[in-house]
Design a protein around this ligand. Structure first.
Ligand code: NAD
Length: 349
């Protein structure tokens, strides 16, 4: 068995609680350090990991303890200093999504990691859900033919004041897009194996929303090869529940994911009922994070592929930026327009 990779965890808020549980259960990981400016957050994490070295900032922590990898579980804005400190200490990075709160910053993080020769992975845990694996397999196997159009709806009343939830999304310009739709857009790219070329979107905020920025995203996404997806997401739904529905219409039938964590069904054109598509057992938030961690550990060790690289993630972030521009412009936006503007000029050596 290989020696465990030494991780430092940067950011000890809501999401870190899942990560600490998952990492503590992994024989591949040893948590050696914890960083957070909040004394209360550090104390709570130290109760779980009394032997870990703690500091308020990652730049201090890296001077106190030797490590191999940093897990960034901080808010996406303002990660420049964290990334710089990690790279200076020669750490590989597993960063929670979104990598940054704008595409230019994310592109800078990606370039900095590449220049330093470190691996940068983004934590897109939904790719590792058994239902996602089954949906991708079903599409790849063509069990109902090739996809031509789809509808993706995510309708949720998210009470952003709940004590166990993070608070920064309450004041973001586009909380739905950057915190939630990013998962959905990444999932679409992942399962369809295609890139979006054009987006026509409208973002807005319902009158009763508790979010300062837009909690609603309506978008028509055009993928290469002609696949069209109609997307509707909200954190300010009219009723306190979460409804998820992702239906993909294919040349010979449909595949429908009826719940966020499962309930995948299929039907051929003239079937009169839906047939379940089997998925492996799982524990929401845990199994997916554990599978993501397994992938990341293998990638950092050089024994497996990097499945959610920072560079790949830029493509999903461009989709968010395109939604914002399209909504402002009241017209469709080509992804290429944004890529050339935001990513390519600085990428040329
Ligand atoms: N993949 C998922 O399913 C999922 C779920 C929830 C959150 N997230 C992501 O996880 C990240 C963190 O979200 P959260 O809900 O834990 O937020 P949070 O606000 O609850 O916690 C963030 C923590 O980071 C700390 N922090 C701020 N600046 C820091 C710095 N410079 N160094 C060290 N720590 C710092 C804060 O004090 C806080 O304790 C975000 O990117 C979010 O989108 C992902």
């Amino acid at each position: 068995m290989s020696t465990p990779l030494r991780f430092v965890v940067v950011g000890l808020g809501a999401r870190s609680r899942t990560w600490l549980r998952v990492m503590q259960a992994s024989p591949d990981v040893q948590i050696v350090g914890l960083a957070d400016p909040s004394p209360a957050a550090r104390d709570a994490a130290l109760k779980l990991l009394p032997d870990a070295t703690v500091a308020a900032e990652i730049s201090k922590l890296t001077q106190m303890v030797e490590a191999d990898v940093a897990l960034l579980v901080t808010p996406p804005g303002g990660r420049e200093g964290q990334i710089e400190a990690c790279l200076a200490a020669k750490l590989d990075i597993l960063a929670e999504k979104p990598l940054a709160d704008d595409v230019s910053s994310a592109a800078r993080h990606v370039r900095a990691a590449e220049a330093a020769g470190r691996t940068l992975i983004v934590g897109l845990n939904f790719r590792f859900l058994p239902v996602t694996v089954a949906l991708k397999q079903a599409l790849n196997a063509g069990i109902v033919g090739a996809p031509e159009f789809a509808r993706f709806t995510y309708e949720r009343w998210r009470d952003g004041q709940l004590p166990h939830l993070n608070k920064y999304p309450l004041v973001m310009d586009h909380p739905m897009l950057w915190e939630q739709s990013i998962h959905h857009f990444d999932l679409m790219r992942h399962v369809y194996g295609k890139e979006v070329t054009r987006i026509h979107a409208r973002t807005f905020n319902p009158s009763w929303s508790m979010y300062r920025g837009d909690a609603n995203v309506f978008a028509l996404l055009e993928f290469d090869g002609g696949l069209h997806v109609s997307y509707q997401g909200t954190w300010a739904g009219g009723v306190d529940r979460l409804d998820f529905d992702w239906r993909t219409d294919c040349t010979e039938g449909v595949l429908i994911q009826r719940e966020m964590f499962g309930d995948l069904v299929m039907a051929r054109r003239h079937d009169t009922s839906f047939k379940p598509v089997p998925t492996l057992p799982h524990e929401p938030w845990i199994t997916d994070a554990a599978a993501l961690l397994e992938m990341a550990v293998a990638a950092f060790r050089g024994t497996g592929p990097v499945l959610c690289s920072g560079r790949d993630h830029l493509q999903s972030l461009l989709m968010l930026a395109a939604c914002i521009r399209s909504s402002d412009r009241r017209a469709p936006v080509e992804i290429e327009e944004l890529r050339q503007e935001i990513i390519q000029p600085e990428d040329t050596p």
